[in-house]
Design a protein around this ligand. Structure first.
Ligand code: HEM
Length: 94
């Protein structure tokens, strides 16, 4: 559903800006269900979002992140979408 052309413009493109200005897109966009939906929705949703913001803010205030040159990382569809291989990231102190 997260890659279906019926629901998304450029469904296979990595366009984080498609969510810009949309608070809680998993609530407002029915086709976007990163935490599931209904009675079995992820109970860690709010914790995960708070944790991710804290970790990213702490990390990006100290380091720049770059990806090492190599083959492009492609989405592989299994039960969930997985990266085709684990890319190597380099952290550079700011
Ligand atoms: C970005 C992070 C996370 C994502 C994307 C995520 C996603 C999901 C998804 C898709 C489900 C399945 C919902 C369903 O069956 O319909 C789920 C269930 C669940 N998640 Fe998460 N989750 C995340 C983080 C966490 C964290 C941090 C915790 C605990 C601290 C957690 C605990 C659970 C539990 C216990 C369930 C099972 C709920 C049930 O079956 O009633 N998750 N999560």
């Amino acid at each position: 559903m997260h890659r279906h052309r019926k629901f998304w413009d450029q469904p296979n493109a990595f366009l984080p800006d498609r969510f810009a200005g949309i608070a809680a897109p998993w609530v407002q966009i029915p086709a976007y269900v990163p935490f599931g939906v209904g009675p079995r929705i992820c109970i860690g949703l709010n914790f995960a979002l708070a944790e991710a913001q804290i970790v990213l803010a702490r990390m990006l205030s100290h380091y720049g992140v770059a990806i090492e040159a190599g083959p492009p990382v492609l989405p592989i569809g299994r039960v969930t979408i997985e990266p085709s291989h684990e890319p190597t990231f380099v952290l550079k102190p700011l």
